[in-house]
Structures are given as structure tokens and as C-alpha cells.
Design a protein around this ligand. Structure first.
Ligand SMILES: [Ca+2]
Ligand SMILES: [Ca+2]
Length: 210
């Protein structure tokens, strides 16, 4: 065979081999991609989803138990406040509250009834003689204690939005103490008889509680 013909045959054979190799490489890449997709598909996605479902179900099972216990507690509180009617001097008292802050000798704050002004008495203002003594006396009588409030049926509140009230605290198992009168009798306050529900001349220091 002539050298020129040999060269042509060699080039053709070379191109054929190279083409076959290229096809082979392409086929190889396609196989790799396919196998990667298969790996993704065989990852335990289904298993992961099942775990999430299980935890969701267990949470839902717990919730109704919590709600039930809350309802039971609320029912108990309502019963306690309904039964607790306090009768002082033969009539149901207007409000029962708890004193948490004393402002001065004749004013203090309660929960849940708000600020209370003792009816028909006056104690010294800040800066006047006897102010500290009256404030301390009221603090000893009512602070952090249950107070029974006979609210003035006529005005209810004064111009400062304070409940005007005759105030009682527990004295013993059968009687309460009239705080307004006690402050006057012991020299911490003076009477100031306004036109309202109360007549201080009719007050008693100790009143029966039922
Ligand atoms: Ca009243
Ligand atoms: Ca009065």
C-alpha cells in the first residue's frame, strides 16, 4: 500500500476510535447522573416524614389534658367567690378586698376595689403634725389584710375617684373592727360628718360578722 493511502486509512480509523471513545465517555456520564438521582430517591425521606407525624400526634394527645385541668381550676375559683358572702351588722357588706398600699392616714389602695377614702373622718395631711402617726396606724390596721368595705350608697366616690367607705377588718372569730371609728377614738383622726349614707354617732367599734 502506498504511504499516502496508509495515512488516510490511519486518520479514518483514528477518527472512528476517537468517536467511539467520545460516545463511551458520554454514556459513562449519563450513567453517573442516573445513579445520583437514584441515590436521592433511595434516601429515607419517607422515614423522616413518618417521624414528624408521630411527634405531631403525641402533641395533640397532650393538649386536651392541659385544657381540661385549666377548666377545673377556673370552676373552683368561681365557687369560692360565690360562697364568700360576708354579713356585717346584719347586712351583706358591699365589697371584700385586700389592702396592699397605705397612702396616708385616711386613704389606702386595695385589690381589686382600687383606692379607698375612709368616710366621715379626716387625718393630718403630709407636713402637718400627726401625719406620720396616723399613716402608721392605718398601715398597722389594714396593710396586707382583708378589708370589708361598706361603700357610701349616696356618692360612692369622691372628687378624686376614691371609694368612700366605712372600713372593717377582722378582730376575732365573731366580730370586725370599725377602722374609721378606731382612728378617731385613738386620737389619729377627727370626725368630718359629710351628707352621705353614714352617721358616725351610730357607729360601734366592734360589729358582729356572720
Ligand atoms: Ca353602703
Ligand atoms: Ca355622714
Amino acid at each position: 500500500m502506498r504511504p499516502q493511502l496508509l495515512l488516510v486509512v490511519g486518520l479514518v480509523v483514528g477518527l472512528l476510535i476517537g468517536g467511539a471513545a467520545g460516545v463511551g465517555a458520554g454514556a459513562s456520564r449519563a450513567t453517573t447522573v442516573l445513579s445520583t438521582v437514584e441515590v436521592v430517591k433511595t434516601q429515607p425521606i419517607t422515614l423522616t416524614t413518618e417521624v414528624v407525624r408521630i411527634s405531631t400526634v403525641s402533641t395533640e394527645v397532650l393538649r386536651p389534658t392541659t385544657i381540661l385541668s385549666t377548666v377545673v381550676q377556673q370552676t373552683t375559683v368561681v365557687k369560692t367567690t360565690t360562697i364568700g358572702v360576708v354579713v356585717i351588722g346584719g347586712k351583706p357588706v358591699d365589697l371584700v378586698a385586700r389592702a396592699y398600699h397605705v397612702v396616708d392616714g385616711d386613704t389606702f389602695d386595695t385589690f381589686p376595689s382600687g383606692r379607698v377614702r375612709l368616710a366621715d373622718i379626716n387625718t393630718p395631711e403630709r407636713g402637718q403634725p400627726g401625719y406620720s402617726e396616723a399613716t402608721n396606724a392605718l398601715r398597722i390596721l389594714v396593710l396586707d389584710k382583708t378589708v370589708y368595705l361598706d361603700v357610701d350608697n349616696v356618692e360612692v366616690m369622691d372628687s378624686y375617684n376614691r371609694l368612700v367607705a366605712l372600713v372593717y377588718v377582722d378582730y376575732n372569730s365573731t366580730h370586725v373592727l370599725n377602722v374609721n371609728l378606731w382612728l378617731v377614738v385613738n386620737g389619729y383622726a377627727v370626725f368630718a360628718d359629710f351628707a352621705n349614707e353614714f352617721n358616725p354617732q351610730e357607729w360601734s367599734l366592734y360589729v358582729r360578722k356572720d
